[in-house]
Design a binder for this molecule. Sequence first.
Ligand code: SF4
Ligand code: SF4
Length: 222
Amino acid sequence: MIVAERKTIPELVDILRPHKNILVLGCGTCVTVCLSGGEREVSIISSALRIASRVQGLNFKIDELTIERQCDNIFIEQAAETIQKADAVLSTACGAGVQAIAERFPEKPVYAGLNTTFLGILEERGVWTEKCAACGTCVLHKYGGICPITRCAKRMMNGPCGGSREDRCEVRPDRPCAWQLIYKRLKDIKQLERLTEIEPPKNWNSSLSGGPRALIREDHKI
Ligand code: SF4
Ligand code: SF4
């Protein structure tokens, strides 16, 4: 899922300062699961904004709404009437959702209420970790299902850097060394011979380094 965290209330007050009638628009999918932008968080942010704006004499008038997905026009349409009534929208979706709303309502100021951080999973209660950088050419099958791009701080593709201590990453001692994990996993699934294969330099054209990307499925186009 996409993981994001809330911007601070002082930041949001500054962003929204020129406006009076504001819609805080939540998204009911990824950002709900990572506890940053769903219905509950929309309610918390709205209350905090009302109080903070009153203290500063701005007196925001805030409406709240959460839709299933902000990155999908079918759901955006359900919010169209409410969005039209607002002076500005504070979206608590990921960056894709914010931009989808802004594209659909080109005359309306739409602001990001969250910092979108990474693609990851819930590892334990209150802890989300990055697992994929959407590089566009997945190589997980070569590394026992452990991504050396996101989970190795140096993106080592042909073995460890040699700096790990007690299974911990040299750069991020709070995280396990990805190559310790890769080795153990390949051993467990009896594929250690994969470590003898040399991985050529990665072609980053399929990643964001190759410019903005689009996925086109001719078989689904009308
Ligand atoms: S190899 Fe690329 S697509 Fe696969 S998990 Fe890693 S970053 Fe994501
Ligand atoms: S210690 Fe392990 S995870 Fe950290 S940079 Fe080196 S090889 Fe990568």
